[in-house]
Design a protein around this ligand. Structure first.
Ligand code: SF4
Ligand code: SF4
Length: 134
């Protein structure tokens, strides 16, 4: 993925917005990779959790296109492993919220098989894309 980096992006409104919504200081992350190494579902993500925060640090709005942001199960494993106290699930939630506010969602409820919708608890479906929203 090629992108043009600039100080305007790194200190820009996207980073400010992500930090405000998530309550995280993105520069706390030192890219140690412990979050990615311990994530139980990293195998189905298109980029690593540590890459999500790196892209967010750099103001790369392309991170919103990643399926990782939506696949993250908010299991908190990465939170327990992070030596810098970064709450990655809250970052993922902030990125989902930014997408949803722009009318973009990776989860199309109408596309789910009816049998699945009947069988899965409604809370699980809602929680699948709005994990921290009450
Ligand atoms: S474990 Fe924490 S400091 Fe390490 S890469 Fe992940 S978020 Fe960054
Ligand atoms: S909270 Fe998300 S990113 Fe962190 S370990 Fe769990 S699934 Fe992976």
């Amino acid at each position: 993925m090629r992108t043009q980096l600039s100080i305007d992006k790194v200190r820009g409104p996207f980073v400010t917005n992500v930090e405000e919504i998530s309550g995280q200081d993105l520069l706390d992350c030192n890219q140690c990779g412990k979050c990615s190494a311990g994530c139980p579902i990293v195998g189905v993500m298109d980029i690593l959790p540590s890459q999500v925060i790196r892209m967010a640090q750099l103001g790369m709005e392309e991170v919103l296109e990643s399926n990782t942001v939506w696949i993250c199960a908010s299991c908190l494993t990465c939170v327990t492993r992070c030596p810098k106290g970064v709450d990655l699930p809250r970052l993922m939630e902030a990125l989902r919220q930014i997408s949803l506010r722009e009318g973009v969602s990776k989860l199309d409820l109408d596309a789910l098989p009816p049998d699945l919708v009947k069988a899965v608890p409604q809370l699980a479906i809602v929680g699948g894309f709005r994990k921290y929203i009450k």
